[in-house]
Design a protein around this ligand. Sequence first.
Ligand code: MG
Length: 158
Amino acid sequence: MTVRVGQGFDVHAFSDDPSRVLVLGGVIFEGEQGLVGHSDADVIAHACADALLGAAGLGDIGQHFPDTDPTWAGADSIDLLTEVAGRVRAAGFEPGNVDAAVVCERPKLAPHRDMMQTRLSLAVGAPVTVKGNRAEGLGAIGRGEGIACFAVAVVSAR
Ligand code: MG
């Protein structure tokens, strides 16, 4: 059995637009400042999608869902992730698992971790785990200007 690994990364800045909703791992964080983005700016879903695409050798999320394409404006990134998992399977690979490491000063992720993992896992069709880390005040993320996410995915050739 051939096993392949992929890495994904994404970062989005917090938005000044009060109408932007914060969506992380497919979960709405009520009362929190939203992120700037063409879609719903779900950094966790985006990093997971890039990790899966990388593992399958299918390029990156920008190639599959160009931000110049109005089809994906305001898109629910869980739908993008579901679509990515389908494209990975169509290319002959089965997702094994995805592990995401989120870096942010706020919000607290732990209260929503189980729901994020459930929504992401349903989209991928394999276990997705989410871990939170603070940047300890260092750099833009440490100043609370945005949220970053790293993800690793494993797929096996079917
Ligand atoms: Mg993104």
